[in-house]
Structures are given as C-alpha cells and as structure tokens.
Ligand binder design. Structure first.
Ligand SMILES: C[S@@+](CC[C@H](N)C(=O)[O-])C[C@H]1O[C@@H](n2cnc3c(N)ncnc32)[C@H](O)[C@@H]1O
Length: 268
C-alpha cells in the first residue's frame, strides 16, 4: 500500500478478486454483500484498491503491489503474558484498568466502539478482558472478522485470546444502546483525514485512510458511551492533539498516543 489517495477524504474504488480456486464463491459473496465489483485477473488501476483472497488470508492490494499486498492481522503482536504488548504497565492497559483498581489485572467487560482493524481490542482481550469490538465500515469489518477467525485458529494467538473477543458489525451509537452496559467503553475515533496525525502506526493509518470515509458524530458517540459505561470511558488521541471533549478526569500519556479518561457522573 504505497499509493496515497488523490483526495484523502474520498474513499477509493474497491474491487475483489480470488486468487485461490476454492475461494471464488466467497469472493462473489463479498462482492454482492459489499456492493463492489469482482475483477478477477484484471489489472489494478491507479487509485483502485483490491481485496485479494489468497489461500489462507485476505490481502489489500493497490496498483503498486507486486507479489504481495498489505495484510491486516494480529501476527505481529507479542502475546507472551506480561511482555511488551501485553504488559500491564503499558499505557493502554493502565488507562483501561485504572489506577484505583487494586489489581491492574482485574478482568473487565469492555466495548471497543471504534474497532478498526482491532489491534487494541485484540490486545485487551489477550490481557484478560472480555471485549466486544464494534466496527461500522463493512470493508474494515470484513478484514477484522477475517483476522479474528484466523487468530482463533492459530496455535499461539488462539489460546492467548481465550475466546474473549467478539466482533460485531454496526454503528456504535445504536449498538451501545442495544448491548448491556459494560465496565469500560473504549473510543479511538477516526482521525481527521485531512491531517496526517494519527494515534495509529503509519501503515495501518494509511490503509484505514484508504478504506474509511470521514466519520462524524464522535461527540454523540462519546455522550452515549458515557451513559453506558459503568466505570469509565477511555478515548485514545494522538499525542499533542486536544481532547475529544473537555476536560478528561485522568490522562495516561504515551509516546504516540495519549489516553483521556472520563468517569461517569463527572461534570461533562
Ligand atoms: C482509528 S480507527 C480504530 C483503530 C483501532 N483502535 C485499532 O487498534 O486498529 C477508527 C475506526 O472506528 C470506526 N468508527 C468510527 N466511528 C464509529 C461508530 N460510530 N461506530 C462504529 N465504528 C466506528 C471507523 O470506521 C474506523 O475503522
């Protein structure tokens, strides 16, 4: 994924293709479900994005891809208990659990209401929390579901996940009202597509920019989240960006991202 979209606020045309004989039917079902054309064997035009179904994964290709495209999966995450990604001292873990909790490791129920490719949701589930990840963009949800399915079947990732992650397709402003209240609601809203700043690593941010139309309603989502969270709402922001809402009750700073914490019942 090296191409930049001509206009970063316009999603790019997307097509789907199977490069594995056994997945033709699945590709055509994705084409129908997402309303995107099948373009088996056809050249990828500049600006176009293609979902390519390979034997064991879905890759995202553009016209610069040669033998491989971008992969969305959890394979880069170190799932050893207590190590780097899953350390209870890392900012995400501390922001979700809260300093007031006696044990940072207390399992909580969490809804990640802006799941994206699900890296944060995946890490939270591996840390022992019960996580529901909600994503509204059909294409992003498809890739998330695919990575989740593969992680569950993986001999290392599956046991680390322990069945604690559920992936849901939908708009969180309504899903949060349908689902039972939980301890923590986590928000990592879509960054401003016209700016380059993002709390996500560069490659994932680039891919999301290409697949997701500019979001709106983050403040409405925040207010609904605050009414459905028993313990806290955690909002991830790029370090240096202003808070989504004034004024967080607590903040956990990190190198790339900062976590703003809002407690239900506070004066927002
Ligand atoms: C910055 S990304 C999240 C990245 C994610 N934290 C990760 O670790 O991969 C934001 C995602 O939230 C989704 N989103 C934004 N608002 C939403 C809403 N109201 N309901 C559901 N999904 C939403 C966007 O489609 C986008 O995929």
């Amino acid at each position: 994924m090296n191409e930049e979209p001509p206009n970063p606020t316009t999603p790019r045309p997307v097509s789907v293709e199977s490069r594995n004989g056994a997945r033709e039917e699945e590709a055509s079902s994705i084409s129908r479900r997402l309303g995107i054309p099948m373009r088996g064997g056809k050249k990828i035009e500049p600006g176009e994005i293609r979902l390519v179904l390979l034997e064991d994964r879905i890759e995202v290709w553009d016209s610069t891809s040669r033998r491989k495209g971008a992969r969305v999966d959890f394979s880069g995450i170190d799932v050893r208990t207590g190590s780097g990604n899953l350390s209870r001292q890392q900012p995400l873990a501390r922001a979700i659990s809260g300093r007031s909790d006696r044990r940072l490791g207390t399992p909580l129920s969490v809804i990640d209401a802006t799941a994206g490719f699900g890296h944060d949701a995946f890490m939270l589930a591996c840390m022992g929390h019960d996580v529901i990840a909600v994503e509204r963009e059909p294409l992003v949800h498809l890739l998330l579901e695919d990575s989740h399915t593969r992680a569950v079947a993986d001999p290392e990732l599956g046991p680390a996940l322990g069945g604690r992650l559920r992936v849901v397709h939908g708009e969180s402003t309504t899903k949060l009202l349908d689902l039972d209240p939980v301890d923590v609601i986590y928000l990592d809203p879509m960054f401003d597509l016209s700016k380059r700043s993002s709390a996500l690593p560069k490659k994932r941010a680039q891919l999301l920019r290409a697949l997701v139309s500019e979001g709106s309603g983050d403040r409405e989502l925040f207010h609904i989240a605050l009414s459905r969270a028993r313990k806290r709402v955690v909002v991830k922001r790029a370090s240096g960006d202003p808070p989504l809402m004034p004024t967080p009750d607590l903040q956990v700073p990190g190198k790339i991202a900062r976590y703003d914490i809002y407690l239900p019942g506070s004066s927002i």
